[in-house]
Design a binder for this molecule. Structure first.
Ligand code: ADP
Ligand code: MG
Ligand code: MG
Length: 252
């Protein structure tokens, strides 16, 4: 589904990704862990099409298409969930209205019919039930005054409604309390399916207590330096990232 080969990228004149390769198949959940500053968010941002990154060598293919050549909206229509496209806060814009517009823009780009408000409401009700969410989020402004946990629940709700093939979630290193982590995990678990893949970027192992990934990768110094099963996350929790750094040191 997604193949990243030898990806290099610079930010503000500094080399951040230095030959990153990753292969994600439908149905898989990949966790990407790694020390602070390793380039995890950079990777997520580049896949999302965020500006400000200078991609050098390397290639990213999504279902056979050159992902990096696509505009962010085209990536979304192709089935890549781009958390940053669904902005943090848009006061005064109703959450349901916003999400229906986003979904219909994607459907239109794929040549599918747009959903009218009745059809959309039906879809929303189904998704709320699957995720065990209350409908109070629907009537508020997009993320307006949402708590950290509510923002996370809303992100998962957006994901459920947009039904992407590949969802990339960057669970930023700080500020997520246990409720927010559980909301993310419950959502990911409820939305797992044989034809949907997830890349969950996280600094901490604790998220993976709730999401059982198929593959865990360690990103350090701009590359995937280690991949393994869920036990790798536990190993990192026990030993920290120091052993990875030792491994990266010349002559180690
Ligand atoms: P991680 O998410 O793994 O903690 P990031 O991808 O956020 O790491 O950052 C990787 C490196 O790139 C860090 O050294 C960070 O300071 C640098 N970096 C990221 N974004 C920018 C930017 N916009 N300008 C300058 N440096 C940046
Ligand atoms: Mg960081
Ligand atoms: Mg980060």
């Amino acid at each position: 589904m997604l193949t990243i080969s030898n990806l290099h990228a610079r930010v503000a004149g500094k080399d951040i990704l230095k030959g990153l390769s990753l292969d994600v198949k439908p149905g898989e959940v990949h966790a990407i862990m790694g020390p602070n500053g390793a380039g995890k968010s950079t990777l997520g941002n580049i896949l999302s099409g965020r500006e400000g990154y200078e991609v050098g060598e390397g290639k990213v293919t999504f279902e056979g298409r050159d992902l990096l050549a696509l505009e962010p909206e085209e990536r979304a229509a192709a089935g890549v969930f781009l958390a940053f496209q669904y902005p943090v806060e848009i006061p005064g814009v109703n959450n349901t209205y916003f999400l229906r517009s986003a979904l219909n823009a994607q459907r239109k780009a794929r040549g599918e019919s747009e959903l009218d408000s009745m059809q959309f409401l039906k879809l929303v009700r189904e998704k709320l039930a699957v995720l065990h969410l209350k409908d109070e989020l629907l009537h508020r402004g997009v993320n307006e005054g949402f708590s950290g946990g509510e923002k996370k629940r809303n992100e998962i709700f957006q994901l459920a409604v947009l039904e992407p093939k590949l969802a990339i979630l960057d669970e930023t290193d700080s500020g997520l309390d246990i409720d927010a982590l559980k909301a993310v995990a419950d959502g990911v678990n409820a939305l797992r399916s044989p034809d949907r893949a997830f890349i969950v970027i996280t600094h901490y192992q604790r998220l993976l207590d709730y999401i059982k990934p198929d593959v865990v990768h360690v990103l350090a110094d701009g590359r995937i330096v280690e991949s393994g099963g869920p036990e790798l996350a536990l190993e990192l929790e026990a030993h920290g990232y120091a052993w990875i750094k030792d491994r990266l040191a010349p002559g180690a």
